[in-house]
Ligand binder design. Structure first.
Ligand code: TXA
Ligand code: MG
Length: 315
């Protein structure tokens, strides 16, 4: 995809692409982001497909200001103080999702929290305003490659996996935002980034290291378990099981069937995964999952389901 200069016209076109469920890469003050409408599961699933990520990491949701952020998540006084001080800017806050946020479950990778940030770049701000939607945006590169700080980097890395690339020149900071979470209202550093720890500590007090009780990226596994048991590669199903189906040949007899994708489309299955896993968990004490191929997003789907199937630690 050839980058287009960010103008009023191209920004309007990118906003249209995003509202229609497409992907648009855009510059922020940190790195270029691969944007999608954070309220549409299918659009968010396309981000993972384009990046080729082997896992569903929770993504950062970008909003134009603190008011918009407050409609998506619950802010404690400390979170509000940090936001008021550093937004717009390279600080991301992980906060409890509001039940009525309207955000995709996939954007949080099934967690009850959401990472929010107000970017400082003029193009990012203009796009958020034009789109009128919160935008999920990880760095606009394929998984495992270097974060892009120019539109040309994005084009090289993602090719035609993205519908549009807005060129706003090189990013001023060139390093991802600092990610902060909270344990009992105490701030914890989840990812070092463009905003220095000392600056944050001067406003919010000492930052804890990410540890037990906080969903740091490496520890998300413990948050992934459903209430009931889950088995994979099911080709038959029992009457007391809820079935997560994939493809047209669905075995009969389940208490409830949730079809991830009747036509066997892995991006559609990824979009449905977290909502259907919750629904299956609510419908029966046991969940059976049909075989899902390991191609494309199948790897991330199977990673998530394998964690859900692992025996739980007893408290
Ligand atoms: O500078 C940036 O932050 C760039 C630009 C484009 O804004 N965006 C970016 O997004 O780096 P992303 O989605 O790749 O960053 C996700 C980071 C990961 O470290 C992830 O683990 C953490 O945020 N994160 C997101 N949601 C989380 C959650 N609910 N709990 C814990 N960590 C979370
Ligand atoms: Mg990245």
């Amino acid at each position: 995809m050839t980058p287009v200069p960010a103008t009023i016209e191209s920004l309007a076109r990118a906003a249209h692409v995003l509202r229609a469920g497409g992907l648009a890469a855009f510059p922020t003050e940190t790195v270029y982001g691969l944007g999608a409408d954070a309220t549409q599961d299918a659009a968010v699933a396309r981000i993972f497909a384009a990046k080729g990520r082997p896992r569903f990491n929770p993504l950062i949701v970008h909003v134009p200001d603190l008011d918009a952020a407050g409609r998506l998540a619950m802010f404690t006084p400390l979170a509000k103080t940090l936001a008021a001080h550093f937004w717009p800017g390279p600080l991301t806050l992980v906060l409890p999702r509001r039940v009525d946020s309207g955000l995709s479950l996939l954007v949080s990778a099934g967690l009850d929290t959401v990472a929010l940030r107000v970017p400082a770049g003029g193009v990012a701000q203009a796009l958020l305003t034009a789109a009128g939607r919160p935008l999920a945006a990880p760095s606009a590169n394929r998984s495992g490659s270097i974060s892009p700080t120019t539109a040309a980097h994005v084009a090289e890395s993602l090719g035609d996996a993205v519908d549009m690339i807005l060129d706003g020149g090189p990013c001023t900071l060139g390093l991802e935002s600092t990610v902060i979470g909270f344990v009992n209202d105490e701030p914890a550093l989840l990812r070092p980034g463009a905003l220095a720890r000392a600056e944050i500590e001067a406003v919010g007090g000492p930052l804890k290291a990410a540890g037990p009780g906080i969903a740091s990226p490496g520890q998300l596994a413990s948050h992934y378990a459903p209430e009931g048991s889950l088995r994979l590669n099911a080709r038959a199903v029992a009457a007391d099981e809820a079935l997560l189906a994939f493809g047209p040949d669905v075995p009969q007899g389940a208490a409830r069937v949730l079809q991830l994708s009747g036509r066997g489309d892995l991006t559609e299955a990824a979009a449905n995964l977290f909502a259907m896993l919750r629904a299956a968990d609510a419908a029966a004490a046991r969940i059976a999952v049909m075989p899902i191929p390991m191609t494309g997003l199948g790897e991330a789907i199977n990673d998530r389901l394998t964690r859900a199937a692992a025996p739980k630690d007893t408290p």
